[in-house]
Write a protein that binds this ligand. Structure first.
Ligand SMILES: NC(=O)c1ccc[n+]([C@@H]2O[C@H](COP(=O)([O-])OP(=O)(O)OC[C@H]3O[C@@H](n4cnc5c(N)ncnc54)[C@H](O)[C@@H]3O)[C@@H](O)[C@H]2O)c1
Length: 363
């Protein structure tokens, strides 16, 4: 197998401005060796998956995507058109899954029903994708002698435990079917190294934001909704007093965490937070969006939504020690890049439409 050397900051040569280093970040990561040639990204037409696909393609990897386009878009993959093997299909279609998996060394499993409210509305349907579908992915990986599967989990598994920061050793306390399903995926993944010798790594993403996050869907990420509101020069709605806080991690950092997780020695069977370790209040977030966009609107406030978590911040030591991952993008920098994308794409033919709702998800 050919060994390809790839500099971790390959991002610097992509369409994004060069990164500056955030608090606690290491400058000049050593070159990362990618020891695989072929990778499958499930959910690769989605927000996070499409960024992983782009990174893998820039690194010279042969990339396959399996996505049913339920929330993903082909336009998210425009920059790699003709350079990947895309299959429109469901991860529960075992024949299609096997076809895309065959010959792959690594799988990045991003496909999921990501909406918490949808999982509350129809827990059976979302469990079919998030739980059973994940099991199909693991089983196909086992059958096709894949070396490692990196799975997208979520900080939602921590639930409302007030302890901060959230450490991977805390007992999970899921508060929604979505969180239960993500936890089930982690538990299944944890069995595969022991029972079948298939390496697995679970990444608990905190609140991911960046270009291509769709503000139009109900309960979109709060940053994508704020960006769209600023772009339209409309006030956003903040639920509660706005003092609730989240750990917002830029999508390019999440990509790096995935690439590291695919390689890191001693990581198999592990679960790792992917966040910045910094909590940002929702009021401060809107002020930052105002500074970047020039929007002068003050937010409207609405009653707090039942079940909204008050504060969420990732403990980042485990990922730093074992994966060598620390977030590099400062919030302002990530927001600037994201706002640039919004300006260029919102409401255009290929981009997402304007939001029809002011709801936003704050899982
Ligand atoms: N965005 C966040 O802040 C966040 C936070 C925590 C965890 N996650 C996890 O990260 C992953 C990616 O999320 P995202 O934000 O990019 O969402 P997304 O909706 O943009 O991406 C999910 C992709 O999966 C595809 N998909 C859904 N069901 C499928 C199925 N049955 N078969 C094949 N493809 C299917 C969708 O079409 C979409 O392209 C998900 O697993 C999600 O649970 C995201």
């Amino acid at each position: 197998m050919t060994i390809k050397s790839v500099w971790l900051d390959f991002l610097a040569v992509s369409a994004y401005p060069r990164v500056q280093f955030d608090r606690g970040c290491r400058e000049g990561d050593a070159p990362m060796r990618m020891s695989y040639n072929r990778a499958l990204v499930t959910g690769g037409a989605g927000f996070i998956g499409s960024h992983i696909v782009e990174a893998l393609v820039s690194a010279g990897c042969e990339v396959r995507v399996l996505d049913n386009l339920s929330t993903g878009r082909l336009s998210n993959l425009a920059s790699v058109q003709g350079r990947i093997r895309f299959c429109r299909g469901d991860i529960r279609d075992r024949k299609r899954l096997a076809g895309q998996m065959d010959g792959c060394d690594v799988v990045f499993h991003e496909a999921a029903v990501v909406s918490v409210p949808l999982s509350v509305e129809d827990p059976v349907e979302s469990a079919g994708v998030n739980e059973e579908g994940t099991l199909y992915v693991l089983e196909a990986a086992r059958a096709h002698q894949v070396r490692r599967v990196v799975l997208a989990s979520s900080c939602a598994v921590y639930g409302n435990d007030p302890q901060l920061p959230k450490h991977e050793t805390m007992p999970p306390a899921p508060e929604s079917p979505y969180a239960v399903q993500k936890r089930a995926g982690e538990l299944y993944a944890g069995l595969y190294p022991k029972l079948y010798g298939l390496e697995t790594v679970c990444l608990r993403y905190f609140n991911v934001y960046g270009p291509r996050q769709d503000p139009a869907s109900l309960y979109s990420g709060v940053i994508s909704v704020f960006m769209a509101k600023a772009f339209l020069d409309e006030p956003p709605i903040i639920f509660g007093d706005g003092t609730q806080s989240r750990d917002f991690v830029f999508v390019r950092d999440v990509v790096r965490a995935n690439l590291l997780a695919a390689e890191a020695k001693g990581a198999s069977g592990g679960i790792f937070n992917v966040g910045t370790g910094v909590g940002v209040g929702i009021n401060s977030l809107w002020q930052a969006v105002r500074r970047i966009s020039g929007c002068r609107r003050e937010p409207d406030y609405a009653p707090a939504r039942p079940g909204d978590v008050v504060a969420s911040v990732a403990g980042i030591d485990h990922a730093a020690a074992t994966l060598g991952f620390r977030a590099r993008y400062a919030l302002e920098q990530g927001l600037e890049t994201t706002y640039g994308w919004c300006r260029a794409n919102l409401g255009t033919h290929d981009g997402p439409p304007f939001p029809s709702s002011t709801e936003h998800g704050l899982t």
